[in-house]
Design a protein around this ligand. Sequence first.
Ligand code: NDP
Length: 247
Amino acid sequence: MKHLENKVALVTGGSRGMGAAIVKRLAAAGADVAFTYVSSAARAQELAAAVATNTGQKVIAIAADSASHLAVAQAVEDTVARLGGIDILVNNAGIYGEPPVGEQSADDYDRVMDINVKAVYIAAITAARYMKTGSRIISIGSNMADHVAGQGAILYSMSKSSLIGMTKGMARDLGPRDITVNLIQPGPVDTDMNPADGPYAQAQLARLALSHYGSTDDIASLVNFLAGKESRFITGAAITIDGGSNA
Ligand code: NDP
């Protein structure tokens, strides 16, 4: 028996990058999977069809912009309605990038915090209403919550460190129901957001203990572990997976 058989997962931002690798891994482990996207409609539909064919699981793509808390809550409701429940929530969707500090405004703050924090919180509290004993809430933060190594990441770092507090608080509130809540804090992972051959790659590589970027599969492996039974005593944790960048 596959270890996530009879489980339903929702992955936000599953059309590309880490999210797509997580969708594939959870379905391969036996879960039915819903995932959200915002702009890559064709790519999302292709991924859903391919993963469903390869795994035999139900896989559905839901258009839901994390900038709208109503859309995020609706994505959770749609998952429950279409797949019969929700056992695993993976808050993966996030954005990076902000104007220079002298040009920043409240609108920049709102955009980053709405997508990187508010959507995570709304998805978690909505999913928690439906979750049974043994369910999992896993969010993707960043190692920049703990150490900001360069300029241009005020809002991003602030947003990702907020997830540490949310994870700890929610772990306390949901612990009595045996629902675990954890945060994964990646370092450089080769995606469209942070290509391993991009203009900022060399500076990031220089900070690593290892000599290479992480892959999306490295992150999906940790999600897969946290989603399953073997991680049952881990909750309220922020787990850094960054090739030693913050070491
Ligand atoms: P990518 O930019 O490569 O992919 C982002 C994914 O999120 C896409 O599927 C995209 O959908 C979706 N997405 C983006 N904005 C929204 C939105 N407003 N609503 C719904 N979905 C959205 O990112 P990564 O895979 O690199 O990053 C995934 C997570 O990991 C993020 O939270 C990021 O902050 C974090 N992270 C990344 C690191 C890295 O080095 N790559 C390091 C540390 C943390 P669509 O295709 O429709 O645009």
